[in-house]
Design a protein around this ligand. Sequence first.
Ligand code: ATP
Length: 613
Amino acid sequence: MSGQQAAATKEGDMRFRDVVKVLEAIEATTQRITMVKLLTNLLKSCPPAVIDKVVYFVLGDLRPSWEGVELGVGEKLTMRALSYATGVPLRQIEELYKKLGDLGEVARRVVQSVQQKASQKGGSILSYLGVSAASRKELTIGRVYDTLLQIARATGEGAQDTKVKLLASLFSNATPEEAKYIARFVVGRLRLGVADMTILEALATVFKVKREELEKAYHVYPDLGYIAKLLATRGPQALREIRITPGVPVQPMLAERLSSASEILAKLGGVALCEYKYDGERAQIHRLPDGRIKIFSRRLEDITHAYPDVVKYVSEAVNAREYIVEGEIVAYDPDTGEFRPFQELMHRRRKHNIAEAMKEIPVKVFLFDVIYVNGEDLTSFPLVERRRRLVEIFSPTENVELATWRIIDDVEELEKFFHEAISNECEGLVCKSLKQDSVYEMGARGWLWIKFKRDYRSELTDTLDLVVVGAFYGRGKRAGTYGALLMAAYDPETDMFYTVCKVGSGFTDEDLAKLPKLLEPYRIPNKHPRVVSKLEADVWFVPILVLEIVGAEITLSPLHTCAMNLVKPGFGLAIRFPRFTGRYRFDKRPEQATTVKEIYEMYLRQRKIKMAE
Ligand code: ATP
């Protein structure tokens, strides 16, 4: 161990250079297993004091997404900082960026060229700029992380300059490779494709904890930096102290799917609590002990700022000191009272002028569950009890209602209710178990909730949320854009993505024009280590973007790797005639895409239907 490394370790810090080496190795590998090994070794060698910082950095975030900490650093500002640190004129940096399209690579080259010049002159980058070499400090992860956090916290007047200076202080002390990863991090393009599950797997090995135990903690408190630090400083038993905490979103419970009323009732034991499935945005609404209200999305992002109206409506309608309730936020037309589709809400979320957006696209909230009230965790109570608690703390208002519901034990009645929901602009129904064991299963897609959607019936298969993992260049009319995208399903068991179709239909000219730009940040030279594909795409991507796809049926295919060998040796499953529905699922993480198991089950159901015909 070098003297410097020993010194760094003694202070409980770690050389940033050592983290960067691992990032480079992760980027170079095409094997997921290698990725996990690299992460495991990295976390093993981390001093406990900085393990959280390493975890956040690798994930490309400063804090868990639900804290909503934004660096507030764009490409322009990064280039200014680079120019400030190196003395290279901004215009020259901008030109290089135009040519290379990757700010990380730009930073690496700029710092390298300046350092080379400096060493020819016999000094460091700083001496080149007239600063003494002695003042240059080797970067540690602690320093990098803390500076980035300071950058994020710089707000108000003069914040831009403060940010530039702080970032420049990192660039001036960085090696070219360090500069590359710092630049990529700050512009949100770390592109490693390391998932939370990948980190959990590495943590389980490092701290010898059972995966299930770790996952449970993660469902209640989805902050991997915090969990890693807890394990490193206090050991695995400390996981048991993790509790549901207002202000910290829990992983939402998810529904399975079936395509007929009779199957649904049979699966739920003959009777179910059936509710409208609103076509809106899922919201987990928290009231903290200090009275603040926070709203979290399905992806656990803090979306409070987008819904000041919802904050007001819910605080008027729900009456308890502390709570976590769940519901769906739905846009509606104030003139007709009709609901508007989910896309309009997404549109509203992207608007800067919230006051205007609120007027243009008003919303209502339909509550359907309660997770926590006044210090009490309700997740282990059966649904009926949770509903009782929900009704107890809440009085319906014009804008906050209980999701329309009915207890149903008859197939015909269920069909009728389904059609009623559809004619009221809903997607269908969510049918929920009324049994004693109908707990709130955090982070799980289980059979306690079953969705019954319209699209199951209009075509042979349901819509699928698939992840873009590669693309094929277009020809003719599609020259210059992509002709088809290679789509994959997710398998939580292996934490990998398996291809299931190539989709080229359903894209409008507008989609086609914007796709290359949308996907550019995720482009990588080789197949991502978490992707299993037999097809050779022209372009590969980090699996991030989720699209909704509809197809005619699921067929056996020797070309696709989804459910490979499960039905027949040498064959996987593929979607026949896949088509993009026009719905970009920005609200879903790739790990929330349709799973291989779901596609396999759909295939079996389809076969059963065909055999019955
Ligand atoms: P989808 O793409 O079908 O919305 P999903 O993967 O986002 O599904 P699921 O758990 O499979 O989520 O389906 C339930 C979703 O339906 C919830 O995430 C929620 O956003 C929405 N929803 C609408 N109304 C209800 C309701 N009454 N109860 C539960 N979820 C509801």
